[in-house]
Design a protein around this ligand. Structure first.
Ligand code: GCU
Length: 660
């Protein structure tokens, strides 16, 4: 299936002063990633300026130079781009830094920033910046909203020109690792570590290596039984341990550039150490020992909870489970284990508090997991720019230390002086022509890369870059699309479930309003609405979840008055007549935000319509169609939620709008 080049599509530029820089290139340093950088620069020069850059033997003659200098003080992946006297130098301590610096220059051109006087020193905030693809071997994608997998089809591994297109796209925004298969490892996916898929996987690993991307697989904890024929997968069993050691020796020998493995264990039916009465540290450390000789990493997910809950039981709380399971193990994981923690304690809802594990753990490597696949945020049929949400998470103070205590500090390794840490995103790509289904969802893929590389970038700055690189720099286009993106997450939050309560979606596929969809189910996802009020009491009178935070957070969340209002119903059961800080009652707030949210969608759609003729036609139409759906669907949300609460509470809307 054909594909577009997203933000790397190069349009011919009118001749400008900048074109002169793209005349000749000098390359110092021999490395496959530097060779990639050279090819990328040559391609950009050809496609944007119609110029074939001359390769020079010495630096003085060249207009652009790549200098791999181990003394450059940029770190391996950082870069220093300087313009001086009509010449640009890209310097880095490592080849990847050169590649990233090269893409920074291309971005500069696309944003029409002048090169004269450019002096840009960038170092990545996070050591690991990784995508998690939930792709299955049959070609389907768990929570995929943009077509089928481009990694797998019909139980085979795919390697084709799209593999390279993918690698260059994600490398261009600084992503340096990718897990290609679903965390729920079943069937043939278990055999990715067997020789059967060797040939294709090696090819893929090589392509990734050209772009400085480490290949990772999700692992099946029960592989010793399923592949090895053992009767157990007990991490304390010697046969199991040596099975893994042999397997890892073999797989690291066969597949170059393998970074390690991601593991979902004892979660939603997946096998894990609990079966054998062992802890997650026992499980993770066993694997960590097996991969350690090859520099391998084990990324172990903390998404562990009881998914067989009884809705009648008001003490068991899914939100507590990550902390309850992993805090007692703090300090017991080996150094090549990283715990991967979802941003919130539940599951990627439009609003959740930050997981108390982030900043709870102080002696364990931590990685933040976010989801750019819009499972609960409109499934790439609604526009929902998630970077502002991720920024809030990154800026959140955990109080785990007197200074440098934000989530961004922790996962970058600054707080606890760690190097195995970073940021992961559940990917939103598929084989759709535009990669992400909704054209505007590409801003989340771009944005995740840029934000994980530089956690200080603002959401607006990232939006501007992405728009300029994708649609060009016409001020009207820039302004209107930025407005759409920045409105989109708040709008989505307004017309879906209120004030941090979450869920209220159709069970299973998680799309569309269904207030009681999960209310009497086993998944631990309840809103507890009755005729007087709504919300889950997670204070010490309720489930006690608020107590998992450090002070002053736990007192804040514990108190009805001090609790941040956007999280009110996550922490408290609140009466519909309770007055919020705005002076509105809770019920009035619910009605108002739902009307507003649906109106915001109309505004966004109007803004988009007004760009007709300024956006490539295909893209314009695709987004317009999705907006038509979003307008209808946001009204469906509005009316179902408002009617539900009106019928429960019998309280009239002060503004007497139509509620059914
Ligand atoms: C969610 C999602 C699942 C996924 C799981 C996970 O529950 O709905 O499809 O497998 O998260 O993160 O492991």
């Amino acid at each position: 299936m054909s594909y577009e080049n997203a933000w790397l599509a190069y349009q011919k530029k009118p001749p400008t002063a900048d074109a002169a820089y793209f005349s000749s290139l000098y390359v110092e340093g021999d490395h496959r990633v530097i060779a990639t950088a050279r090819e990328e620069l040559l391609r950009a020069a050809r496609e944007m300026f119609g110029k074939d850059m001359i390769l020079c033997e010495n630096r003085e003659e060249a207009t652009i130079s790549f200098i791999w200098d181990r003394m450059a003080k940029t770190g391996e992946e950082g870069y220093h781009v300087r313009e001086d006297n009509g010449k640009i130098t890209i310097t880095s301590e490592g080849p990847k830094g050169i590649l990233y610096g090269c893409f920074a220059c291309i971005r500069w051109v696309k944003m029409e920033k002048p090169f004269a006087g450019m002096d840009l020193l960038e170092k990545p905030s996070n050591p690991i910046r990784i995508l998690n693809h939930w792709d299955n071997m049959d070609g389907s994608i768990e929570r995929g909203y943009s077509g089928k997998s481009f990694f797998f089809r019909d139980e085979k591994v795919l390697v084709n020109e799209r593999t390279r297109a993918y690698a260059r796209m994600i490398a261009s925004v600084g992503i340096n690792a990718s897990v290609i298969n679903n965390v729920n490892v079943k069937g043939n996916a278990t055999r990715l570590i067997d020789p059967v898929y060797q040939e294709e996987l090696v090819q893929m690993a090589e392509i990734f290596a050209d772009y400085g991307i480490r290949l990772y697989f999700s692992l099946n904890f029960a592989a010793p039984m399923e592949l090895g024929g053992l009767s157990t997968a007990d991490p304390q069993d010697e046969q199991v341990q040596s099975w893994w050691q042999e397997k890892m020796k073999d797989v690291f020998r066969r597949i170059p550039n393998l970074g390690g493995f991601l593991v979902k264990a004892d979660s939603e039916g997946r096998p894990g150490p609990f079966t054998y009465g062992r802890t997650h540290a026992d499980g993770a450390n066993m694997l960590a020992r097996a991969v350690e000789p090859y520099g391998g990493i084990i990324i172990w997910r903390c998404f562990v909870y009881n998914c067989q809950q009884d809705w009648r039981d008001k003490k068991t709380d899914r939100a507590r489970s990550g902390y309850d399971n992993f805090m007692p193990l703090d300090g017991t994981f080996l150094d090549n284990v990283i715990l991967q923690i979802k941003n919130g304690p539940m599951d990627f809802q439009v609003r959740e508090p930050v997981s108390p594990l982030l900043g709870g753990l102080t002696k364990t490597n931590q990685m933040l997991e976010v989801q750019i696949a819009q499972e609960y945020t409109g499934q790439q049929r609604h526009v929902c720019y998630l970077i502002p949400m991720f920024r809030e998470v990154l800026e959140h103070r955990t109080y785990c230390s007197n200074e440098q205590d934000t989530v961004a500090d922790i996962i970058s390794g600054r707080t606890f002086h760690q190097t195995n840490c970073g940021m992961a995103a559940v990917a939103n790509t598929g084989d759709d022509e535009n990669w992400t289904g909704h054209d505007l969802a590409a801003a989340n893929l771009y944005g995740f890369g840029r934000l994980s590389f530089d956690t200080d970038l603002s959401s607006e700055a990232i939006a501007k870059e992405w728009i300029a690189c994708t649609f060009g720099t016409d001020p009207e286009v820039m302004e209107k699309i930025e407005a759409i993106l920045m409105m989109s997450w708040p709008a989505y939050e307004k017309y879906t479930s209120p004030l941090g309560i979450g869920w209220m979606v159709n069970p299973g596929f998680h799309y569309g309003p269904n207030v009681d969809g999960y209310e009497y189910d086993r998944w631990g996802t309840y809103h507890r609405a009755d005729h007087l009020g709504i919300g889950v009491d997670r204070t010490s009178h309720g489930t006690g979840y608020a107590q998992q935070y450090r002070e002053p957070l736990s007192s804040q969340y514990e108190s009805l008055e001090k609790c941040p209002e956007e999280l009110l119903l996550f922490f408290h059961h609140v009466s519909y007549t309770y007055r919020l800080k705005t002076g509105k009652t809770l019920i009035q707030h619910i009605y108002d935000t739902h009307f507003e949210g649906a109106e915001d969608v109309e505004k966004m759609a109007e803004l988009w319509d007004s760009l007709e003729g300024k956006i490539p036609e295909k893209s314009f139409e695709r987004v317009q169609n999705r907006f038509a759906h979003q307008m209808d669907h946001s009204k469906e949300w509005r009316d179902q939620i408002n009617s539900y609460f009106y019928r429960k509470s019998f309280l009239e809307d002060e503004k007497h709008r139509t509620i059914y």
